[in-house]
Design a protein. Structure first.
Length: 132
């Protein structure tokens, strides 16, 4: 154990390789945010999160299920703060954008895309969301 704790460079290198590998697969959530009591469940076609506080941006790759016929259903719960959601295609073009989302549910039609990038932008938000 002392060896591992002493050689943080070794740990950082392996962690960097792991992150690079998962990025190449398009897996995972990437955060530039501060969160408190953040709980998340993620699959390729499902993403949910609930939290007591979220401030900043989180994003993840999201696959479109063929049985959904190109629709993404989004359910947001807002108790405090503000939340915005953007959906981008793989070229970075914005497909959908909505700000100041209250507690509501809506569907977003996605045409001709198998995979998109979802960005959630929170400003001192308390609540959660589900994307499926």
């Amino acid at each position: 154990i002392f060896f591992v704790l002493k050689d943080w460079g070794f740990v950082r290198r392996w962690y960097s390789l792991f992150i690079a590998f998962t990025n190449s697969l398009g897996v995972g959530t990437f955060r530039s945010a501060t969160s408190v009591a953040f709980l998340s469940k993620e699959t390729r076609t499902y993403w949910s999160a609930s939290y007591a506080y979220l401030d900043g941006t989180i994003r993840r790759n999201f696959w479109i299920e063929s049985e959904n016929k190109g629709n993404i259903q989004i359910n947001v719960k807002t108790e405090e703060g503000t939340l915005g959601i953007e959906i981008h295609d793989l070229d970075g073009n914005i497909i959908f954008s909505k700000e100041n989302i209250g507690t509501e549910m809506f569907e977003v039609p996605i045409e001709d895309e198998e995979k998109v990038v979802i960005r959630v932008k929170a400003n001192e938000h308390k609540g959660g969301f589900v994307v499926e």
